[in-house]
Design a protein around this ligand. Structure first.
Ligand SMILES: Nc1ncnc2c1ncn2[C@@H]1O[C@H](COP(=O)(O)OP(=O)(O)OP(=O)(O)O)[C@@H](O)[C@H]1O
Ligand SMILES: CC(=O)N[C@H]1[C@@H]2OC[C@@H](O2)[C@@H](O)[C@@H]1O[C@H](C)C(=O)O
Length: 364
């Protein structure tokens, strides 16, 4: 690959299964030089059902093959709209994540995508990290560090992603090397249990704006039992599969819809508060990305639970709906240049590692 900055296109299909985000980024793998075009392609209901049916399954099953076809078709449709792309970063769809056991699997074949797009594709970002003893997640932290430097932040701060699962990066932007500047981990379930509740009880994909939760009362007993989960006592780095807290929905089964939504929303915020206790140095602000920042009840719960300011990343000129897609554009360039994508303080991998495979459009 040529030296200097490249326009990379990143694509993310997240754990909430709503669709694929894609974003262009000009970067040399170290600094963010320019943010580019973005686009979103939602999954149709039938596609989403196919993905949902494959959750928790491993390669070799028909469910995973069907899910991979959905992922590949959606990405091709979305990514071929972009122009001026030099490199693609393709995350795929996590179907199963068990870093201490069977590994991690993101559906979607990057080699097929490279052939169909006629572009080099970096993909399978997590496998090498898990093989080297890491959690394989979160991978966004080094990009959070680049964002903090792009913002010209001069004090430690944290970035929170509220997706299906929550993840947080504590970052010191005064340290140039991201391997030495971050501490990151998954905080706990965020939107996934709320979406599942809404689908089960009300046939809705999400609690829009947090309106239902706003009408309910938080059940303190359920919340206290939830916070007794061993995950919250594990030191970082640590990561979660989408459905690791599968008991959570049954824990609110006896509550009415509004109280159940309020309790799950408070649980997402309480998990972040627990996580913040691990920050190595106190911060004064937390910047929030991901769909959960559109949930006013969740944002209010965070503001109430945390001893520092909470604001959407837009307050610093970033795009909170596209941060993960931008991250995989950034990480693709780092992989292509042999730069680390994870390290001991982000995934717990034994030493900084450059994960990912690179597939070229034609075998050379
Ligand atoms: N207006 C809104 N009101 C309430 N919740 C919303 C709103 N918009 C998005 N969300 C929530 O955010 C979710 C999507 O968030 P996001 O796209 O960040 O998740 P993801 O990238 O799929 O997940 P992850 O980051 O875990 O991989 C939706 O499924 C929904 O739960
Ligand atoms: C295994 C997996 O796909 N994990 C996702 C998930 O969604 C949020 C959280 O859990 C995070 O750890 C990760 O995604 C982001 C993009 C990451 O790796 O940083």
């Amino acid at each position: 690959m040529k030296d200097g900055p490249v326009w990379a296109l990143g694509a993310m299909s997240g754990t909430s299964l709503d669709g694929v985000d894609a974003a262009m980024l000009l970067t040399d793998g170290r600094d963010v030089l320019e943010f580019g075009d973005t686009a979103y392609r939602p999954y149709a209901a039938a596609e989403q059902a196919t993905l949902r049916a494959a959750l928790g399954h491993w390669p070799g099953s028909d469910a995973v093959r069907a899910a991979a076809r959905v992922v590949e078709t959606a990405h091709l449709e979305l990514l071929e709209r972009f122009r001026g792309v030099e490199l693609v970063g393709f995350h795929g769809q996590t179907l199963a994540h068990d870093p201490g056991g069977r590994g991690t699997h993101q559906a979607g074949d990057g080699a097929a995508l490279a052939r169909d797009l006629g572009l080099p594709v970096v993909w399978d970002f997590r496998t090498a990290d898990v093989a080297a003893g890491g959690q394989g997640a979160p991978l966004v932290p080094f990009f959070h560090h680049a964002c903090a430097r792009w913002m010209e932040a001069d004090q430690p701060l944290a970035f929170l992603n509220l997706g299906g699962v929550g993840n947080v990066t504590w970052v010191d932007p005064r340290i140039v090397d991201p391997e030495k500047a971050c501490l990151a981990f998954d905080t706990g379930p965020a939107n996934a249990p709320i979406n599942d509740l809404m689908m089960e009880r009300q046939g809705q994909a999400q609690d829009a704006g947090g309106a239902l939760a706003a009408k309910g009362q938080v059940d303190g007993g359920v919340l206290a039992r939830y916070l007794d989960h061993p995950y919250f006592f594990k030191p970082p780095p640590k990561s979660l599969d989408r459905n690791d807290f599968h008991g959570l929905l049954s824990a609110v089964a006896h509550l009415n819809d509004a109280d159940a939504a309020a309790t799950l929303t408070a649980a997402a915020a309480a998990a972040v508060r627990r996580g913040a206790e691990s920050f190595p140095v106190a911060i004064t602000r937390l910047l929030v990305a991901g769909g959960g920042r559109h949930n006013a009840t969740m944002m209010a719960a965070l503001e109430q639970a945390l001893p520092f300011a909470v604001a959407p990343v837009e307050s610093e000129g970033l795009n909170g709906d596209m941060l993960e897609a931008q991250a995989f554009a950034y990480l693709a360039v780092r992989v292509a240049r042999g730069m680390a994508t994870s390290g001991p303080t982000t995934t717990g991998v034994i030493r900084p590692l450059s994960g990912g495979q690179i597939s070229l459009p034609k075998a050379t």
